[in-house]
Design a protein around this ligand. Structure first.
Ligand SMILES: Cc1cc2nc3c(=O)[nH]c(=O)nc-3n(C[C@H](O)[C@H](O)[C@H](O)COP(=O)(O)OP(=O)(O)OC[C@H]3O[C@@H](n4cnc5c(N)ncnc54)[C@H](O)[C@@H]3O)c2cc1C
Length: 448
């Protein structure tokens, strides 16, 4: 394999819970992607495209060959009149945000971090919060995929429309995404207001919060009865910014949210009895603050304390009851949960494997420190989510297989059938895809 010669490396994801030894190919052109895919398919070997490794599930885990896009990450086109921007698959969101800002544009919504690549973020349905907003995939207007037989296939609402419909949340299963065109919006500011409130009050007025705030979310600190709410309101940039000062940013984001938090989490891990008091201190420390800054700076933050995460989407109307049950199960167990439970909301969309496909959703995310066992806690929350037709995030931990998933993702079998047509040998497969989609008809055997 050319310029991108396969080197043997050890790979692991951000959380450190998935790892593999594999050969790496780093293409710099679409022709090099095509060649790598054709060669792998001819040899009956599995090849897995990689993003930034920020998925907690095994979705990105390579088994034999890995395609990395560090040399295939350029801006291809940016039209300030239409707001359409086309990038290569490996473009990281943080670099895209900077390029857009320089052109007076922005992505309309973002998740908590900006480290993912564009193709990697779309693969799993990465989302932020806001009752009027869907995941990043709803901002896609066109894509190009290199298929298992080495063709370069464009798709959009007007061309290969069925492929486009499915490929916006693609699981890395339909081919190698080579380019993506996104619809951006004029750059805007966000006013962030953060305040600690009683959990019961927030649940009682959940719909009101979700419907009246552009981007609403809250964090419940287990073993306390309080939540930290975050309200983000969209404002024109021309109204001016009132960002946090440099010292306050360093204090809040670096010291408190990362350095001190790392020590608190480590203390809680070593001495579980300290977890509840630490959570009570954390929710008070976070306290109240208000600031206005460019949207991408308010949506995202650095996350340096490593954790594991599971997230489910449930119908939004079910959130208050589901959340009360999560609290009950946590408080009646002997667990000491040091990380907050994060609640966000999202609009219904029309993407078959999106967590919010066809229904207004609330997202429930649970976390534990990276080294702490998660099975009992995540399993208990997963059983509660099942009672509400919960759909797991593809990039986060969950225990469901194709049989359970097709009950909550009604178009799962259509997606799997499309995958079978596009990749009958399972050249892009891995153990995770085998579990969630089933194996393709004439699949190659994975090498250990
Ligand atoms: C600290 C942290 C915070 C997070 N916050 C959020 C959040 O706020 N909201 C949210 O929804 N999620 C969040 N996530 C999850 C994360 O956004 C998703 O798991 C995302 O998919 C990771 O993107 P990545 O670039 O790291 O891709 P990877 O995890 O490396 O890969 C994900 C998938 O993309 C595929 N892929 C990558 N590139 C290509 C390509 N070119 N062609 C085909 N397939 C490809 C891979 O094969 C794999 O299937 C967070 C994760 C972490 C670690």
């Amino acid at each position: 394999m050319n310029g991108s010669r396969a080197a043997r490396v050890n790979w692991s994801n951000w959380a450190g819970c998935e790892s593999a030894e594999c050969s790496v190919v780093q293409p710099a052109t679409t022709a090099e992607i095509t060649e790598a895919v054709r060669t792998a398919a001819d040899q009956g070997r599995r090849i897995r495209p990689a993003g930034s490794g920020h998925s907690f599930s095994g979705i990105a885990r390579p088994e034999e060959l890995q395609l990395r896009f560090g040399r295939y990450d350029r801006l291809l086109a940016l039209d300030t009149t239409t707001g359409l921007v086309t990038v290569q698959a490996g473009m990281p969101l943080h670099r895209l945000n900077n390029l857009l800002a320089a052109a007076g544009l922005a992505l309309t919504n973002l998740g908590d971090i900006d480290r993912q690549t564009v193709a990697g973020a779309l693969a799993t349905g990465t989302h932020g919060t806001g009752a009027g907003f869907g995941p990043l995939s709803t901002q896609v207007r066109a894509m190009e995929l290199v298929t298992a037989d080495g063709r370069v296939v464009p798709c959009s609402a007007d061309e290969n429309a069925e492929l486009f419909r499915f490929a916006r949340v693609h699981l890395g299963a339909l081919g190698v995404v080579s380019t993506v065109t996104l619809q951006t919006v004029p750059a805007f500011a966000l006013r962030a207001q953060e305040v600690s409130l009683p959990l019961a009050d927030v649940l009682a007025r959940f719909d009101e919060h979700a419907d009246t705030i552009d981007h609403f979310e809250f964090y419940w600190f287990p073993h306390t009865d309080r939540v930290q709410t975050r309200y983000k309101t969209r404002l024109p940039l021309a109204d001016g910014l009132a960002p946090l000062g440099r010292f306050r940013t360093w204090w809040d984001e670096e010291l408190m949210a990362n350095s001190v938090y790392r020590v608190l989490v480590a203390t809680g891990r070593r001495v579980p009895a300290t977890v509840a008091p630490i959570n009570r201190i954390a929710v008070r420390f976070w306290g109240s603050r208000s600031y206005t800054d460019r949207s991408e700076r308010v949506f995202t933050a650095a996350r340096r304390v490593r954790f594991k995460e599971m997230e489910y989407a449930i119908p939004r109307a079910a959130l208050p009851e589901a959340m009360r049950r999560v609290r009950q199960v946590v408080e009646s167990s002997g667990w000491r949960i040091g990380f907050p439970v994060e609640i966000r909301v999202g609009a219904a969309d029309d993407i078959p494997l999106s967590m919010s496909s066809g229904r207004e959703s609330a997202y429930v995310a649970v976390h534990v420190p990276a080294q702490v066992p998660h099975a009992a806690y995540f399993g208990a929350v997963e059983r509660i989510m099942a009672d509400y037709g919960g759909r797991p995030h593809w990039g986060k931990m969950h225990g469901l297989d194709a049989g359970a998933l097709r009950r909550v993702y009604p178009l799962l079998d259509d997606f799997a059938a499309l995958r079978d047509r596009m990749d009958p040998q399972g050249t892009f497969g891995n153990a995770y895809l085998d579990r969630v989609l089933g194996r393709p008809p004439v699949s190659v055997s994975p090498a250990g």
